[in-house]
Design a protein around this ligand. Structure first.
Ligand code: TXA
Ligand code: MG
Length: 350
C-alpha cells in the first residue's frame, strides 16, 4: 500500500486534504494525525472492522483497548452508559486537552474498540487537525499512538512514517507535537478516581478540580509484576530502545561520576555507549554519544524531546545507554514513568 504523507498547516487547514482524510475514515480506513500529545493512528471508533485494522497495523495485542477521540462533550454522552458528575467538572477544566477519562460504555461502542472491556476511554484532543478530522468525518475516532507496538510514541510525522509506511493510506503531517508524552488517563469507574497513566495533567491538578482524593494506580509504580496495572497497555514493556537503558539517580556530581565509570568500563569491553544528559551536565560525559534532553528545570522541554531521543538512539550503533533521573513530581512523574518503562525498571541509586 502506498502511504500518502500530506503536510498540513494547523493555522490554515487545507480543506481538500481534510476532505480526503475524512473520506478515508468514513470508509473504515486508517489515517495518522497529529494531536497535542503524540501522533495518533485513527479509525472510525464505532466500526468494528476499522478498529481491527488499527490492531493489525500496529501489531497490537487485541486486549489493549483504544482511546475514542471526540470533538464535543455531547459525543461523550452518546457513548457512555451514564456521564459521571466528575466528567463534567474535568471536561470544563481540561478539555480539549491531554486528559483521557474512563467511563462505562453503552452498546454503541463495539468491543473491538475497547479490547473486550465494558468501559471506554474518551479524550477531546486540543489540536485543530485532530478536531477538524473528527468533525469533518462525522465519526468518533479511535486512535492509539501511531507507533508500531513496543516502539516510542511518535512526536513527528517522520516517526509515524518510519513505523507505518506502506501499512496505512495516509499520514497528516502537522509538524512536531507540543507536549510529547501521551495523555493522563483517569478512571472514573472506580469509587475513588484513579490515574492509570500519569501525564501532563497531574494527579494534584485533577484532585483540585474534583475537590476530592485522586489515587495513582499502585500497579504502575511497582517494578515487579505482582500488581498488574489496570490499563492493559501499561503492562507491556513499552518505549524500549534497542540498546540497554539504565537510569542513574542521586546527587548530580555522583551521578556524573558513576555514569562515567560505567561508560569507561563498557568502552573497554568494546561497547558503544550513550548518555541522556541535561544542559547542565552534557559537557561532562565521556560517552561516544551524549545527548541533552533539556535544562533540568524545564520539564516541558524534557517531555517534548524524550521519545525523539529514544528513537534516535535506535538509529545509532550504541549498545548501552545511561540516563540521568528526574524528580518524580508534577510532569516529572510522567517523564519518570516513561523512562522507567523504557529501562525495564533498571535503576542505579548512587
Ligand atoms: O495522548 C494520547 O492518549 C494518545 C493520543 C493519540 O491521543 N493516545 C494514546 O493511545 O496514547 P494508546 O492506545 O497508545 O494508549 C492508550 C492507553 C493504553 O495503555 C490502554 O490500555 C489504555 O489507554 N486504555 C484504553 N481504554 C481503556 C479502558 N477502557 N480501561 C483501561 N485502560 C484503557
Ligand atoms: Mg501507545
Amino acid at each position: 500500500m502506498h502511504t500518502k504523507i500530506i503536510k498540513i498547516d494547523s493555522a490554515d487547514i487545507d480543506n481538500k486534504s481534510m476532505t480526503e482524510a475524512a473520506e478515508l475514515i468514513r470508509a473504515g480506513e486508517l489515517v495518522a494525525f497529529p494531536t497535542e500529545t503524540v501522533y495518533g493512528l485513527g479509525a472510525d471508533a464505532l466500526n468494528p472492522g476499522a478498529s481491527r485494522r488499527i490492531y493489525e497495523a500496529k501489531g497490537r495485542p487485541s486486549d489493549n483497548p483504544l482511546i475514542v477521540h471526540i470533538a464535543k462533550f455531547q459525543d461523550l454522552e452518546a457513548i457512555a452508559r451514564e456521564v459521571p458528575r466528575q466528567a463534567k467538572l474535568l471536561a470544563d477544566a481540561f478539555w480539549p486537552g491531554p486528559l483521557t477519562m474512563i467511563v462505562w460504555k453503552n452498546d454503541s461502542v463495539p468491543r473491538e474498540t475497547t479490547g473486550g472491556m465494558d468501559t471506554v476511554a474518551v479524550r477531546m484532543p486540543n489540536h485543530p487537525v485532530a478536531l477538524g478530522l473528527i468533525t469533518e468525518s462525522g465519526c468518533l475516532i479511535a486512535a492509539p499512538s501511531a507507533n508500531t507496538s513496543g516502539r516510542p510514541s511518535p512526536t513527528e510525522a517522520a516517526h509515524v512514517a518510519a513505523d507505518m509506511d506502506g501499512r496505512i493510506p495516509m499520514i497528516l503531517d502537522g509538524g512536531a507535537v507540543g507536549i510529547g508524552i501521551e495523555s493522563t488517563i483517569i478512571d472514573l469507574t472506580e469509587e475513588v478516581p484513579m490515574v492509570l497513566r500519569p501525564g501532563y495533567i497531574t494527579t494534584e491538578m485533577l484532585s483540585v478540580v474534583l475537590g476530592q482524593e485522586v489515587r495513582l494506580d499502585p500497579g504502575i509504580i511497582a517494578a515487579d509484576s505482582e500488581r498488574k496495572p489496570k490499563a492493559p497497555g501499561m503492562k507491556y514493556r513499552h518505549y524500549a530502545p534497542r540498546a540497554d537503558l539504565t537510569l542513574v539517580e542521586g546527587a548530580e556530581s555522583e551521578v556524573v561520576r558513576e555514569i562515567n565509570r560505567r561508560v569507561c568500563a563498557a568502552r573497554r569491553a568494546g561497547q558503544k555507549t550513550g548518555v541522556i544528559a541535561t544542559e547542565e551536565t552534557k559537557g561532562r560525559y565521556l560517552a561516544d554519544c551524549v545527548v541533552s534532553i533539556g535544562a533540568r528545570h524545564d520539564e516541558d522541554a524534557i517531555a517534548r524531546q524524550l521519545y525523539r531521543i529514544l528513537r534516535e538512539f535506535d538509529d545509532t550503533d550504541v549498545d548501552v545507554i545511561y540516563s540521568e533521573s528526574f524528580a518524580a513530581s508534577g510532569v516529572g512523574q510522567a517523564i519518570m514513568n516513561r523512562l522507567l518503562k523504557a529501562a525495564g525498571h533498571r535503576v542505579l541509586t548512587v
